[in-house]
Design a binder for this molecule. Structure first.
Ligand code: GAR
Length: 197
C-alpha cells in the first residue's frame, strides 16, 4: 500500500511540484492533498494542473486563534487521511496542539544548514555573517521550531557577490533535489540522515 502524502504550502509551491513529480512508479508514496493557508497561493493552481486535490483554509478569519485555524486544518487533513505531512514553504508556525497530533509523520524543508539560522531571512543572515556556504535542511517537525531531527542537508557555496535573492535561487535548486530524496526514504521508514554535496 502506498503511503498517502499531504503537502502544506503558502506560496509558489516549487518544492510541492518537485515532491508531486517524484511520487510516481515504484515510489512508496502518492500525493493525496495540497493544502494552503493562503487561497491566493500560486502553488494551488500548479497542484491542480498536476491532478492533485487541493484545498485552501485561509488563516486570516481566525485572527489570533491559532488553534481554531489548526482545528480546521486538522479536520480537512482527517478527510484526506495522510500518512505523512510534508510542509513545503508553509509559513505558519504550528502550535504544540497540532504538532502533537502529527509528530513522527511530519517533515519540513528549511532554507539553511540547521541548526544555523532557524526562523526567517536565512540567506541574508548567512551572507551578513560572512559564511562561505549555505544550504537547506529537511527535518522532522517537533515543538522546537526548526529544531527537530535533521534527515537531510544539501550545501551550496556562497559567492562573493551573492545577494539573498541569488543565494536563495542556488539553494532552491538543491531543495528540489533534497526534499524528494528524503521524502522517499522517510516513506520507506528510513530516518537516517542523508547529506548531498
Ligand atoms: C523554500 O525556499 C522553503 O525552504 C522556504 O520557503 C520557500 C518556499 O518555496 N521555507 C521556509 O522558509 C520555512 N520557514 P516554494 O513555495 O517555491 O517551495
Amino acid at each position: 500500500m502506498k503511503k498517502r502524502v499531504a503537502i502544506l504550502i503558502s506560496g509558489g509551491g516549487s518544492n510541492m511540484v518537485a515532491l508531486v513529480n517524484s511520487m510516481t512508479g515504484d515510489h512508496p508514496a502518492r500525493p493525496v492533498l495540497v493544502l494552503s493557508n493562503n487561497p491566493q497561493a500560486g502553488g494551488i493552481e500548479k497542484a491542480r494542473d498536476l491532478g492533485v486535490e487541493t484545498s485552501a483554509i485561509d488563516h486570516r478569519p481566525f485572527g489570533r486563534d491559532r488553534e481554531a485555524f489548526e482545528a480546521a486544518l486538522h479536520a480537512r487533513l482527517m478527510e484526506a487521511k495522510p500518512d505523512i505531512l510534508a510542509l513545503a514553504g508553509f509559513m505558519r508556525v504550528l502550535t504544540p496542539w497540532f504538532i502533537e497530533r502529527w509528530q513522527g509523520r511530519m517533515l519540513n524543508i528549511h532554507p539553511s544548514l540547521l541548526p544555523r539560522y532557524k526562523g526567517l531571512d536565512t540567506h541574508a543572515r548567512a551572507i551578513a555573517a560572512g559564511d562561505r556556504e549555505a544550504g537547506c535542511s529537511v527535518h522532522e517537525v517537533t515543538a522546537d521550531l526548526d529544531g527537530g531531527p535533521v534527515l537531510g542537508q544539501a550545501r551550496v557555496p556562497i559567492l562573493p557577490d551573492d545577494t539573498p535573492e541569488s543565494l536563495a535561487e542556488r539553494v532552491l535548486v538543491q531543495e528540489h533535489r533534497l526534499y524528494p530524496m528524503v521524502l522517499e526514504r522517510f516513506a520507506r521508514g528510513n530516518r537516517t540522515r542523508v547529506d548531498l554535496p
